[in-house]
Design a protein around this ligand. Structure first.
Ligand SMILES: [Cu+2]
Length: 648
């Protein structure tokens, strides 16, 4: 059973527990003794089953079970045991005398077990990992208050039947009720108060804390060089961001935010060693705009992260980005300001850097960014199938770029091919594959290379046999009947290509950070929200990760939630170490975005070699907007910019 299946099973068992405890209380109160006994027995069994599911979850990782082991099950255990002791014998006895009332203590115990089960479930859904004193106090106080309330209701003459209590017992009960209420309110209030404690502002991952007092450099000084490398030239672009209607070649009109009124924005291409100089202007994006060079390890001041490396470019404003094209490969650019809207509506384009040696170039080299506009999927700027001619034997490179917030599935029918590069970085000796599915994370890129056969080749996107890209040796657009690719197995990069040396020992990290992804109640931009959380918090309340230049840094990224999170660190590519404890046995894979699916645990590592203040976030952009972001900060680097409002 996969971890996410186990998580779902545990949710179901927990819900059954809530329902059966409460139902046994209700039926007992209604004097339906036999039914109450049956439900009570069911509740006990479900509670025991819950112990088993939580135990199984904890073997998958403490992060998946912590709040259940430390709070949910103990609360349920105490309340359930009380119910067994107080209500169990009476329910058994009532079998023979149907219609007899259960004493108030028994009813209260049954309901309290239900409240405890419910509180445990609520803690899992609303607070998650890590469990805090605040959460624990609020949950226990809520269950206690529920028990007091149930006690009051059960003690009313109507509920307790004819056996009204004598006056002295009533006044003692009232005193106990008031005292109990004070305790519940006190504990709950303390828990709520603890919520407002300022979190730690920085975590060090086991490495030394900030040097402090030392010389600091500002991100505004971490800018790119002004000249190309020897032999290179300067590639200049001016991109003007604006809003308006853009008409696709098919005639479809898109109400877009776009660079230069084009979807996608102008393709930026350069040769290795060139200087890329892009002037960004804003003519009409009210929220502001920036250019982030996704996957390109630019100097930090060029990174285009509003609130960290610059302020967003406002109306009629301008910012000039300069960096050397010293990484060959397939990348893309997009706004990082209000990006969950801006990128979706069209503020993106591709960045491709080719080797200076033209002899390494393919005969046909296609850059294929995929994007979804209001449900319409386009490849490049085409929603219909596009046809390209390639002579048999020609070398072909297809650069797949996922500019959406969710993964896409690709299939190449009609030819064997290799995945030459992932996220712009070449794989080591990638083998030929055919009839496999390629799952491309949000923000990710694959370079596919093939030798053109003398029959057509089709690139299918998400199994759609009408769209995609057709390569033909004849230029005939009719094309072949395309196969159903739904059953093709997913290519696992865990075992693809050949191993090679890596530049550091992944098992000797200087700092190790754990990033636990979930949903829960948290503050995002100063407002409470049902957020996408990192370690139970939302940006900007997630502590910064501190590193020093030269550190080997390791991340453990855990997904407790039921959604996929494409994790993206700016300014660095990370080496994948393992997924769910299984080490990578193929080529080293360096990525800037990796999909952490529900229940998965990824280990990645990188060398901190690019000083700055870097965003580190989920590239499902609405998730980022809902809090799933933090900063990686180098010791000695400061930023004059601060997060305000809708940065991100
Ligand atoms: Cu996410």
């Amino acid at each position: 059973m996969t971890t996410v299946q186990l998580i779902l099973l545990d949710h179901v068992v927990a819900l059954l527990g809530v329902a059966s405890w409460i139902a046994s209380g209700v039926t007992a109160a209604l004097r339906r003794s036999r039914l109450a006994l049956g439900l009570f027995g069911g509740a006990v069994l479900v509670t025991l089953a819950r112990v088993a599911t939580v135990a199984a979850l904890s073997t998958r990782g403490w992060w998946f079970a912590q709040e259940k082991v430390l709070l949910g099950l103990p609360m349920l255990g105490v309340a359930g045991l009380a119910a067994v002791l107080l209500a169990g014998p009476r329910l058994l006895a009532a079998r023979r005398t149907p219609g007899e009332a259960l004493p108030a203590s028994g009813l209260v115990a049954l309901f309290t077990a239900g409240f405890a089960a419910l509180a445990g479930l609520a803690v899992t859904f609303l607070a998650g990992y890590p469990l805090t004193w605040s959460t624990a106090l609020v949950a226990v106080a809520a269950v206690y208050a529920g028990a007091l309330l149930a006690g009051r209701v059960a003690a009313t003459p109507a509920a307790a039947g004819a056996e009204a209590s004598p006056a002295p017992a009533l006044s003692r009960r009232r005193f106990l009720g008031v005292a109990g209420g004070v305790v519940a309110v006190g504990a709950g209030g303390t828990g709520v108060g603890l919520l407002f404690r300022a979190p730690a502002s920085v975590v060090t991952g086991g490495g030394p804390a900030a040097a402090g007092g030392g010389a600091t450099v500002s991100v505004t000084d971490l800018r790119g060089p002004g000249t190309p490398a020897a032999g290179g030239t300067t590639v200049r672009h001016t991109l003007t961001a604006g809003t308006g209607t853009v008409t696709l070649p098919s005639g479809r009109e898109i109400d877009a935010w776009a660079f230069d009124k084009r979807l996608p924005g102008p393709a930026i291409t350069a040769a290795e060693g060139d200087l890329i100089e892009v002037t960004l202007r804003n003519h009409g994006i009210d929220d502001g705009v920036t250019l982030h060079w996704h996957g390109y390890d630019v100097p930090c001041g060029e990174d285009g992260a509003p609130g960290a490396t610059q302020s967003a470019v406002t109306a009629r404003g301008e910012f000039v980005y300069r960096f050397r094209a010293d990484q060959v490969g397939t990348y893309w650019y997009h706004t990082h300001q209000t990006s969950h809207i801006g990128v979706r509506r069209g503020l993106y384009g591709t960045l491709v850097v080719r080797p200076r040696d033209a002899g390494r170039a393919e005969e046909l080299d296609l850059t294929l960014p995929v994007h979804t506009f209001d449900g319409t999927v386009v490849i490049g700027d085409q929603e219909a199938r596009t046809v390209h001619t390639a002579r048999p034997g020609a070398s072909v490179r297809l650069r797949l770029v996922n500019t959406d917030s969710v993964p896409h599935r690709f299939a190449l029918a009609g030819a064997a091919f290799r995945v030459a590069a992932v996220d712009g970085r070449d794989l080591n000796q990638p083998g030929e594959v055919r009839e496999v599915e390629l799952r491309l994370p949000a923000g990710g890129r694959y370079d596919l290379v093939l030798s053109m056969p003398d029959t057509p080749v089709a690139l299918l996107l998400d199994g759609d046999r009408d769209g995609g890209v057709l390569l033909t040796p004849t230029g005939d657009a009719a094309g072949p009947a395309l196969p159903d690719t739904a059953g093709w197995p997913e290519l696992d990069l865990l075992r693809y290509g050949e191993p090679a040396a890596v530049p550091f020992d992944v098992d000797r990290a200087d700092r190790h950070f754990t990033i636990v992804l979930d949903r829960g109640l948290a503050m995002v931009d100063g407002r409470p929200a049902f957020a996408q959380t990192v370690d139970g918090r939302g940006y900007p309340s997630v502590p910064d990760q501190l590193v020093a230049e030269g550190d080997v840094v390791r991340y453990t990224v855990v997904n407790r939630s039921l959604e996929t999170h494409p994790w993206h660190l700016h300014g660095h590519s990370v080496l994948i170490v393992s997924r769910d404890g299984t080490r990578f046995t193929g080529s080293p894979v360096w990525v800037d975005t990796f999909d952490v699916r529900p229940g998965e645990i990824w280990e990645v590592a990188f060398r901190a070699g690019n000083p700055g203040v870097w965003m580190n976030h989920c590239h499902n952009l609405p998730h980022q907007e809902q809090g799933m972001m933090l900063r990686l900060v180098y010791d000695g680097v400061s930023t004059p910019f601060s997060h305000a409002g809708h940065a991100g």
